[in-house]
Design a protein. Structure first.
Length: 315
């Protein structure tokens, strides 16, 4: 039995960690790079864990790297992956526009890229772009938010990073539902950059200026957790909060009667599908799928939250 060498890289400095067992034939399949935003966010960590586990199962060594949503760092990591001679790149990218050149550079070097979670602005460069149906998911979340709000009241929206396509898609999905109800009034809309800390700080400031708010709808669960913490600190646990992602933290809050709902996007499985398609492409030259692929999202409430674990819903 040979051993798998797993490397974790932040920036371009590699640190070896404990080896994992793998099949004796695995060396023949080579190295697969898995590049995501920071693992401090459980969603992105789930992507990396899911992709790595499936890659090892299929017989690859893995190179795990983090770009911290920095396009320059992402570009450096692509250079590292190319220099290491990886067979394929699994990527949750650092910007729809800024990523195009890096993926093209890998393609020119004969290395296919398989994107998850976030699309890039051009087609025909990556082999697969597997993303959650953010618009469909946002509409699910907005419909539940409207119901919880009783179709009336002042509310706040915390949006994600402006350079991230998903932030705009989710906000559009929210408003295409909520704006149909004239008695729902948005009194503040601010970006908290997908951050729990910024979610807390923005919510704290907004609440001081708008003490009569009834609800908060957030572009992701991390911001929702920050907003809820600020509301708890202010003694405003009456405010309705809805998130998006399907994290374990928000699941626990829902079950405890805190945050009211979230929308699950299947990060773990999505990453595994990307690895499976990479393996198929490397084996037979085609994934058998269209480049752009959508995975539907699922509404999570108190009724089904107990079935949620690490961005996957059990039967």
């Amino acid at each position: 039995m040979k051993l798998n060498r797993r490397h974790f890289m932040s920036g371009v400095t590699a640190t070896a960690v404990l080896p994992l067992a793998r099949p004796a034939f695995a060396a023949e399949k080579g190295l697969m790079a898995i590049i995501t935003p920071s693992h401090d966010n459980p969603f992105f960590k789930a992507e990396a864990v899911g992709a790595e586990a499936r890659a090892i199962d299929l017989g690859y060594e893995t190179l795990i790297m983090v770009h911290d949503d920095d396009p320059n760092k992402q570009s450096e990591l692509f250079d590292t992956a190319i220099a290491r001679g990886v067979n394929a790149i699994i990527l949750d990218n650092a910007g729809a526009d800024a990523t195009v050149a890096a993926v093209q550079r890998a393609k020119d070097a004969g290395i296919p890229s398989f994107l998850i979670d976030r699309e890039i602005k051009e087609s025909g460069i990556a082999i697969s772009q597997i993303v959650s149906n953010n618009y469909q998911g946002a509409q699910l979340g907005a419909e539940e938010f409207v119901r919880l709000m009783g179709e009336a009241g002042n509310y706040v929206e915390l949006v994600g990073r402006e350079a991230d396509t998903n932030a705009g898609i989710r906000s559009s999905g929210y408003h295409d539902i909520i704006d149909q109800y004239p008695d729902l009034v948005m009194v503040a809309q601010q970006s908290a950059n997908w951050s729990q800390t910024e979610g807390y700080e923005k919510m704290e400031t907004i609440l001081q200026a708008n003490p009569d708010i009834k609800g908060v709808i957030c572009g992701n669960d991390t911001m929702a957790m920050g907003a809820w913490a600020a509301l708890e600190t202010a003694g405003r646990t009456d405010v309705i909060v809805v998130g998006f992602d399907g994290s374990n933290d928000v699941r626990d809050s829902i079950l405890a009667g805190g945050i009211k709902a979230t929308v699950l996007q299947p990060a773990f499985r999505q990453a595994q599908i990307a690895v499976e398609q990479a393996d198929q492409f490397l084996t037979v030259g085609s994934t058998g799928q269209n480049e752009k692929q959508l995975m539907d999202c699922v509404l999570i409430t108190a009724e089904n939250a107990a079935k949620l674990e690490t961005f996957a819903l059990s039967a």
